[in-house]
Structures are given as C-alpha cells and as structure tokens.
Ligand binder design. Sequence first.
Ligand SMILES: Cc1cc2nc3c(=O)[nH]c(=O)nc-3n(C[C@H](O)[C@H](O)[C@H](O)COP(=O)(O)OP(=O)(O)OC[C@H]3O[C@@H](n4cnc5c(N)ncnc54)[C@H](O)[C@@H]3O)c2cc1C
Length: 391
Amino acid sequence: MITIKEKKKCCGCTACATICPHQVITMKADKSGFLYPIVNKNKCINCGLCENVCPILHENEERIPTYSFAIRNNDEEVRLESSSGGLFPIIAEKTIEAGGIVYGATFDKQWNVKHIGITKMEDLHLLQGSKYVQSNTLGIFKDIKQKLQEGINVLFTGTPCQVAGLNHYLQKQYKNLTTIDFICHGVPSPKIWKDYLSEIKDIYNLPITNIEFRNKATGWKNYQFVITFADSAEDGEKTQKYICHHSDNLYMRLFLDNYILRPSCHSCIFRKGKGGSSYTLGDYWGIHNFNAEFDDNRGTSLFLGYDDPSIIPQCISQHCTVIGTPVELALTSNPSYTRDWPQSRYSHVFYFLHNYFPLKLISCFSICLKINKIATKLKCLSALKSIQKGT
Ligand SMILES: Cc1cc2nc3c(=O)[nH]c(=O)nc-3n(C[C@H](O)[C@H](O)[C@H](O)COP(=O)(O)OP(=O)(O)OC[C@H]3O[C@@H](n4cnc5c(N)ncnc54)[C@H](O)[C@@H]3O)c2cc1C
C-alpha cells in the first residue's frame, strides 16, 4: 500500500491511483493544491500494484544526452506562440498528420492546468506555450494505454516526473509511444495560481480570454506575463490586457524565487535524464555563447536526445533551422537539467501570511522585507567600515 510519509517523496504523477484495480486510491489536493494519493485502508487488499508503478520508489538510471541541437521553427508565427523555439508543435503536428494523438497541458474553463489528448491540428494551440502550474494528469495514463493497445501513435509531453510516472504505469515499452519531457525548474502550486487569478479578476472584473506566461512581444529573454480580458461592451472599451515583465510579476516571482514549488521539486530524482523520455526540450539560454547570430531573441529550443543523432525526427530538419552544439555547453547553460532549486527560506512565512492576507498585501510586505534586508546590509557595511577606520 502506498503511504506518503514525507511530502517530498511524492510527485503527484497519479500512476498509483490509475493502476489500482479496486479504485481505492483517490488523488486529493493538500492546502497548496498539490495532489497526493489517499488510500482507503478498509478497502485496500494490499496487492502492491501501486508501489510497483511508483516512479519515486523505482528510480531510473541517469542518462547523459548523446547529442544536443539548437533549433528554431521556421514558421515565425508558430515560434512566437511557443515558449522557446517552437519545436514541440512541429513534432506534435507530425504525430497528428499520421493519425496519432498528442497529450499535453492546457487550461480548463476555470484556467486550471490539466492534461488532455488532441487529434486535430486546430487544437494544437491549446497545448502550445508553458503553463507554470502543476498540470493534473488524472485519467490520462489509462487513456494512453488504451490508445497504445489499439495501435494508435501517441506523443506524450510533460514534466520528467510525469513521463517517468507514465512509463512505470505502462510497465512495458510500446513502439508507438514517443515521450517528450522538458528541462524543469519545478512545478508551482495550483492553489496559489487560483488565488492569484481570483485577485486579478477582482481588479479587472472582466472575463479572462487568454493567459500567456511567456509572451515574446518584448523578446524571448525579456518575456512578459500577459492576461487578456474580454471586451467590456457596457463602457465601449476594447480588449483589456494586464501586461507585466516576468520579473516584476508577483506570481512569476513566487515561482522563480522558489516560494511555491511542489516539495518534491526541491529534491527531484528525475533530473539528469532520469525521467526516461525519448527526447528532452528546453530553452537554449546559452546559445549566444556558441553562435551569436543564431540568437535572434525570438526563441531557441534546446533539443536533447539519448540515441543515435541520425534518427532524429525528419520533420525537424524539414521545418526548422538546426545546428549541432556541444552537450556540455547545453547543460551548463541550463542548470535545471542537473540541479535542484532549494526552497526559499521565507516560503513558510509566505504560506503562513497567506492564510490571513491576500497576495497583493504580502507582496507589499515582501518589498518591506527586501528594503529591510538592504538597510541591514548597509548598516553592517558602515559598521564594518567604522571598525576598519578604528572609529
Ligand atoms: C513548469 C515548467 C518549468 C520549466 N522549467 C524550465 C527550465 O528550468 N529550463 C528550460 O529550459 N525549460 C523549462 N521549461 C520548458 C520550456 O518552458 C518550454 O516549455 C520548452 O522549452 C518547450 O518549448 P517549445 O517552444 O518547444 O514548445 P511550446 O509550444 O512552448 O510547448 C509547450 C509544451 O510544454 C507542455 N507543457 C506546458 N505547460 C506544462 C505543464 N504545466 N506541465 C506539463 N507540461 C506542460 C505542453 O503540453 C507542450 O507540450 C519549463 C516548463 C514548465 C511547464
């Protein structure tokens, strides 16, 4: 029987709940909105299947990529819609064209993030772009198994832990399955995401029509966080947008400064290729160090593979601009491939305060904290100087 003694020992992949033949495991959200399995002990017959498929209990081997490519989709419009170089849509398109199904993360009607499967090209935009919230995969692994058994080609994209969860759930290799994970900083809390959105909705009081975590209007590196609201017919105004540089946005700061990541992300056992995916995607942040001309600041994808580079999907060379780069450079310019990000030491303070105050008030508080820290540092410096001067 699966028992979660420490939160950091569960990545919420849902493999255990999906495999249970007696449906006695339910995935329940904790205070931060992260899903954890809860076993109905009265009904559990201790068959051990859930433990068999848990990717945390069966750690994969480390893999060093055999090749690394810097890639840009030649279709500028598609590249603009994607987070990095627009590589995912190329591989997805190929799968759909060949009659397959593509699974990835999308928003539901309430702007929660969940996995879905798509078979139509016109739905591809639903999966494009990074959504910086942990995606719910409940029910997806079962669906995938069925499709694989029917002989349908499947492309699954997700975090390394989701790919590992799927592979363990399947318990065998399928020739018609391709898995793509991405280099992952960590996944933020669905509950804080909901709270953040509800505060923003209160300010605008208009329905949301689109959310972009990585809008590239001011460049790939200077990406913006953008929320679009519907037209307000009453006062005759056009579409309204909330636009903010990612480093000034409260939610993005909480994510990137490691306040709200899932506990397991701080000691992730799926880095270094251990998710077991066919390929790994990422942002090729250090590409300018290798080839400055290639970097047009509109997005470059990093493509890592673990087999023979001559068998990379043909569609990539047909529709993209590709250059080979040293694996070492690729990995050093993207540290999340190998290293964890420690939880912010103020994370607990943040969650405690959030029990009583809205996020916007806490953000004022955190600015005060920062000012206080700077002031303390300045005081220490001047004290040090006066000691040195002997005053
Ligand atoms: C939470 C998170 C953390 C990331 N951290 C890093 C990092 O540290 N370094 C780095 O180089 N890249 C990171 N990425 C990946 C990067 O942002 C791009 O998604 C990736 O490079 C693919 O870009 P693309 O242009 O090829 O495709 P895009 O069109 O941007 O495709 C996005 C793909 O990501 C999937 N996806 C989007 N959101 C989620 C989600 N919440 N959960 C699961 N799958 C999702 C979609 O299904 C789709 O397949 C992260 C992505 C996420 C979602």
